[in-house]
Design a protein around this ligand. Structure first.
Ligand SMILES: [Zn+2]
Length: 117
């Protein structure tokens, strides 16, 4: 799955392979949560964890949204550069259409983010 993304984080474009994960848009226990390319996003460890905990959402037009409470926090450089500055950024996606994340899955996941955030 990661190969489709030429091993970079879709959020921040970090390229260091050992810091990258294949994140599932829909969790593997839910319907639609199969480990297939359209259910995946390549993400670095911090963005994967933020996505899984709904501190970071992906809108169906492929923009990064950071949780409002997190945006209001003050902390060190990881919060500022690694998370807050990602707000509104466009995802970096694979060029081949078949490797891109499935819009229906993104919309489903986005609805869940909206309820929390
Ligand atoms: Zn990242």
């Amino acid at each position: 799955m990661l190969r489709a993304y030429e091993t970079l984080c879709a959020v921040c474009t970090l390229r260091h392979g050992r810091l990258l994960d294949a994140a599932h848009i829909i969790g593997d226990r839910a319907e639609g949560g199969e480990p297939v390319v359209p259910n995946g996003l390549s993400m670095c460890k911090i963005h994967h964890a933020a996505f899984d905990t709904n501190l970071l959402g992906i809108s169906p037009d492929y923009r990064v949204q950071i949780d409002g409470d997190l945006l209001a926090e003050t902390d060190g450089p990881m919060l500022l550069h690694g998370l807050q500055e990602m707000h509104g950024r466009l995802l970096t996606l694979p060029s081949r259409h078949r490797d891109q994340p499935d819009l229906a899955r993104l919309e489903q996941r986005w609805a869940a983010f909206g309820q929390v955030g």
